[in-house]
Design a binder for this molecule. Structure first.
Ligand code: MN
Length: 343
């Protein structure tokens, strides 16, 4: 069976495609601390627009992570949001597309730049409290934002530049945890199969994204594992990134990616949490659920959000204080979910 865009998305796909075809200069952005889905989707879309003879630039609130920079054919496709080039680009743009988030707060300082331009959102997160206005192609059923961009460009027809196929493959690869998570749907696999047929090399791509771990990341993991704590009875495990080690090693937010999978992966654990103190004394919390507990709802309690099984929050209070409250609320949520099961 071939992949087909779900019926429920088709009207939004057609409407967004019309807007893209009319536009002459399109700015493409994604959320703070872009991941493989955000960057992959935006490079894919931007390359396709350029292939159509249009102007398109990537303007993000935070830099593209080093591990994903290979997706950009040229570094200068990406414009720093604070630069004079960004203002110029905004001056010419007649459409901006926000990928992999639909929330005003998640695009940070880019929101001020694009506020005057018609906007469109392509995203697979559940709707949050402060939605970005404008056109929207949204479906939480999609494995990745890359799946929705695939729907859009499939409707537009080929040929696709190689950067488009590669970007969409990395988008799906990242958000499915290399085809391990529950969103590794038949659709995600079918789309990936089509992308492989277009020439994406799976081994090379995986190596470029995941196969070049900086040594400092292992040292940071070593330090963080020393802070691992487990409440076996409660089904909860958490880890705190030691601030001293993070600073001394010159860690960045990329180095934190995936650390939360260690507490989450422990036998008997329902929810894993990672805590990190930011440079200005706020606390970043990442939640991962093994399925019984809705961690999107938990993150919302602390002003954050995300998916049912993966979410996060940035709390403007000190780490010990936030940690205590988060642990208390999470234990309560785990108990409530066990009760709902009648077990
Ligand atoms: Mn995503």
């Amino acid at each position: 069976m071939c992949y087909q865009t779900p019926e429920s998305r088709r009207a939004a796909v057609a409407e967004l495609l019309r807007a893209l075809m009319k536009a002459r200069c399109v700015l493409v952005t994604t959320h703070i601390n872009a991941d493989g889905d955000g960057v992959g989707s935006q490079v894919a879309l931007s390359a396709w627009l350029r292939g159509q003879g249009k102007e398109s630039w990537i303007v993000n609130p935070t830099p593209v992570p080093e591990s994903l920079a290979f997706l950009l054919p040229e570094r200068d496709w990406c414009i720093d949001a604070g630069s004079a080039r960004a203002k110029e680009g905004v001056g010419r743009a007649d459409l901006s597309v926000v990928l992999d988030t639909g929330e005003v707060s998640r695009v940070g300082r880019v929101m001020d730049l694009i506020r005057g331009i018609p906007m469109a959102v392509i995203d697979h997160h559940p709707a949050g409290p402060d939605p970005i206005p404008g056109l929207s192609l949204r479906d939480p059923e999609a494995a990745a934002t890359g799946e929705l961009v695939f729907d859009l460009l499939k409707k537009a027809g080929g040929p696709w530049p190689p950067e488009t196929a590669l970007g969409l493959y990395v988008a799906i690869l990242s958000d499915t945890g290399c085809f391990r998570f529950s969103n590794s749907s038949p659709s995600a696999h079918r789309i990936s199969a089509e992308l492989l047929e277009m020439g994406v090399d799976p081994e090379e791509t995986h190596r470029r994204v995941y196969g070049s771990t900086p040594l400092r990341r292992l040292r940071l993991l070593h330090a963080a594992l020393g802070e691992l704590e487990v409440d076996e009875e409660g089904g909860l495990a958490w880890m705190t990134v030691p601030t001293r080690a993070f600073v001394d090693l010159g860690g960045d937010s990329d180095d934190i990616e995936g650390l939360v999978d260690y507490p989450r992966g422990i036998e008997g654990v329902e929810v894993g949490i990672l805590f990190r103190e930011t440079a200005r004394g706020a606390t970043k919390v990442s939640f991962r659920s093994n399925g019984e507990v809705d961690v999107n709802a938990l993150a919302r309690l602390f002003g954050g959000g995300g998916h049912v099984k993966a979410s996060g929050a940035l709390v403007e209070r000190s780490l010990p204080q936030v940690r205590e409250e988060v642990i208390r609320e999470t234990l309560r949520a785990i108990r409530a979910s066990v009760r709902d099961d009648g077990s």
